[in-house]
Design a protein around this ligand. Structure first.
Ligand SMILES: [Fe+2]
Ligand SMILES: [Fe+2]
Length: 393
C-alpha cells in the first residue's frame, strides 16, 4: 500500500493555475508512483477552486488539509502506459504501433499505426550506415559554388553536342536513381532511421547531379539532346521493382556500380575542366551509393545466402523484359565515341570507338569483381554481368 505521507511538496506561493502552476504540479507528480501523495501549498485566493477543477479534469484525487489555509494534497494518478525502445539496440522487428517516434524515446501506447511496411531489420539494414551518412553530409557540393563555370572553353560544335548528349543520358539516369530510393523512404520504419537518412542523402545527391548535368548540357550552348526509348524502358524496370532489396541490388550494385566506371571514363576523357570536375564529384557521391548497396547486400547474404540466387534471377528477368533492346542507345554510344575520341574525323572515331569498347569491358570486369566480392561464384558473376542492361544503369 502506498503510504499517505506526501513524498513531494510544491509551494506555489501566489502562482495561480492561470499563471502556469500546472507545470509545477505535473513535474512533482511525475516523480511519484501512482497512489503517492504530493503536498501543495499556495496563497492565491482562487487556488482551492482552481485546483479542484484542474484535478477533476485530470482524474486526480485532491484533498484539502483541514486546519491549514492554502494546504492541499493531490494523489499521483496512473500514468498512461508507455513503451520503452532502446536507443542503441536495433530491434529485429519494429512494431507498427511505435509510430514515427525516434528510437530511444518513450512512446505512449495507443498511437496510430502509420503503415510502414519495411519493419524488419533484415529488410533494410546495412553496416557502415553512420560512416556513409557522415561522409555524405561532409562531402555535399554545389553546382553553383564549387564548379568554375567561367573556365568552360568554347569547344567545337561536334564535341559540345556529344557532351550535351552524354549529359542528357546522365540526367535521365539521375532521375531514376532519385526516384527509386525516394519511393522506399516512406515505407521504412523510423526505427531504422539510419537507413532513411542515408537514402535521403542519396536523393539529395541525385537531385544535385541532375541539376549539374543539365546545366553542363546548356552551358556550352548545345542544350539537352535526345533520350532513347530503350533507355527509358530499362529505367522503367528499375522504377517499378517493388522489393527494396532487389531494387537496391539492381540500382546501387549493378547500375550505380557500372556508372562508377562510366563517370571515371568521363572524367579521364573530358574535353574540358568543367565536365571533368562534374564527373569526378558525381563519382565521389556514387561511390557512397554503391557502398550502401554493397553493405546492404552483404548484410542480407550473411543471413540468407540463398538471396544471391534471387538477385541473379532478378538480373536475368530484367534482361528478359528488355530483350527487345539490342544494345546501348546509338545516341549515347556515338556521343561517347566522339567525346572520348576528341572529334569526328576517321582517326578520332577509330580512337573513340576503341575507348568505348574498353569502357564496356572495364564495366563488365568491375561488375564481376563486385559480385564476386559479394560471394557470387565467378561463373554466376560473369552471367549476371552479361545480363546487365546494355544501357548501363
Ligand atoms: Fe547520381
Ligand atoms: Fe547514385
Amino acid at each position: 500500500m502506498p503510504d499517505s505521507i506526501p513524498k513531494q511538496r510544491v509551494d506555489l506561493e501566489d502562482l495561480s493555475l492561470h499563471d502556469g502552476a500546472a507545470v509545477l504540479l505535473r513535474r512533482a507528480l511525475a516523480g511519484l508512483a501512482a497512489g503517492e501523495w504530493c503536498e501543495v501549498h499556495g496563497d492565491s485566493a482562487e487556488l482551492a477552486g482552481h485546483l479542484a477543477v484542474w484535478c477533476r479534469k485530470q482524474g486526480i484525487r485532491c484533498e484539502r488539509q483541514s486546519g491549514v489555509p492554502g494546504l492541499f494534497r493531490i494523489e499521483a494518478p496512473q500514468r498512461p502506459p508507455v513503451i520503452f525502445t532502446s536507443r542503441t539496440e536495433i530491434a529485429e522487428t519494429a512494431e507498427a504501433h511505435w509510430g514515427i517516434a525516434p528510437r530511444g524515446a518513450r512512446i505512449e501506447r495507443g498511437g496510430p499505426e502509420l503503415g510502414f511496411t519495411l519493419r524488419r531489420k533484415r529488410d533494410v539494414w546495412a553496416s557502415e550506415l553512420n560512416s556513409i551518412y557522415s561522409q555524405a553530409t561532409t562531402n555535399q557540393w554545389s553546382a553553383t559554388r564549387d564548379i568554375a563555370w567561367n573556365e568552360l572553353p568554347k569547344l567545337p560544335d561536334d564535341i559540345e553536342g556529344a557532351i550535351a548528349q552524354v549529359m542528357t543520358f546522365l540526367t535521365e539516369n539521375e532521375f531514376a536513381a532519385l526516384y527509386v530510393p525516394a519511393r522506399f523512404i516512406p515505407r521504412i520504419h523510423p526505427h531504422y532511421s539510419e537507413v532513411v537518412e542515408v537514402l535521403a542523402m542519396q536523393v539529395v545527391d541525385e537531385a544535385r547531379h541532375k541539376e549539374a548535368f543539365t546545366r553542363r548540357a546548356e552551358a556550352g550552348g548545345a542544350g539537352l539532346g535526345t533520350t532513347a526509348v530503350s533507355g527509358q524502358l530499362s529505367l522503367k524496370t528499375l522504377l517499378e521493382e517493388p522489393d527494396f532489396t532487389t531494387a537496391t541490388f539492381l540500382l546501387c550494385v549493378m547500375g550505380e556500380g557500372t556508372f562508377l566506371t562510366l563517370l571515371k571514363f568521363l572524367a579521364d576523357h573530358a574535353p574540358d575542366p568543367v565536365t571533368a570536375a562534374l564527373a569526378r564529384l558525381a563519382h565521389r557521391d556514387e561511390a557512397r551509393h554503391v557502398a550502401f548497396g554493397v553493405e546492404h547486400m552483404r548484410y542480407i547474404f550473411e543471413r540468407a545466402p540463398e538471396t544471391r540466387l534471387s538477385m541473379a534471377a532478378a538480373v536475368e528477368s530484367r534482361s528478359r523484359m528488355l530483350a527487345s533492346i539490342s544494345g546501348l542507345s546509338p545516341y549515347v554510344h556515338d556521343a561517347l565515341v566522339i567525346y572520348a575520341g576528341g572529334g569526328v574525323s576517321n582517326a578520332h572515331v577509330r580512337a573513340g570507338a576503341r575507348h568505348v569498347a574498353d569502357l564496356q569491358r572495364e564495366m563488365d570486369r568491375t561488375r564481376r569483381d563486385r559480385l564476386q566480392s559479394l560471394g557470387f561464384d565467378p561463373g554466376l558473376a560473369a552471367n549476371m554481368s552479361a545480363y546487365h542492361t546494355k544501357n548501363f544503369m
